[in-house]
Ligand binder design. Structure first.
Ligand SMILES: [Zn+2]
Length: 149
């Protein structure tokens, strides 16, 4: 068993989101501005079981895209997030209709998410000590940082 309780309420999965033509168009565009191609500014986090996540870093969005698509098409995975580790993106108005209560926009995952308390998180190493900050369930960005982005 994991170190957190699993909420009954869950953000829409990436497959549900991609069923929306506007969101699909948004995801297929190169995000602007693009982060500098130094280090690994893009991460794909793929969820296999309920608490079983895998992450892989990429230099560019274009590099990450084929892995993201492969996971989206693989039914063995529950969900997947294509995460910007460096640049935070505001929600463009053309996809505002994908948002619904109680979910909030994540400026790194660029999708509706929930912010919860974690002791461990697949996007972070080790235990999260001395932190009671709510974090994005996909990428672990702190809520207070995300909402002021
Ligand atoms: Zn996130």
């Amino acid at each position: 068993m994991g170190s957190r309780t699993i909420s009954a309420v869950k953000p829409p999965t990436i497959r549900e989101l991609l069923d929306d033509p506007a969101y699909r168009r948004f995801m297929k565009q190169l995000p602007s501005p693009e982060p500098k191609a130094i280090g690994l500014p893009w991460f794909v986090y793929a969820q296999k079981g309920q608490l079983q996540w895998r992450g892989k870093g990429f230099v560019t969005y274009a590099d990450a895209w084929p892995t993201f698509v492969k996971v989206v098409r693989n039914d063995a995975y529950v969900d997947v997030a294509l995460v910007s580790k460096r640049v935070l993106y505001k929600m463009p108005p053309e996809i505002a209709h994908i948002m619904s209560w109680p979910f909030e926009w994540c400026p790194r995952c660029r999708r509706p998410t929930m912010y919860e308390l974690f002791k461990r998180h697949h996007a972070m190493r080790g235990n999260i000590f001395a932190s009671r900050a709510a974090r994005c369930v996909f990428c672990a960005i702190k809520w207070d940082f995300a909402v002021t982005a």
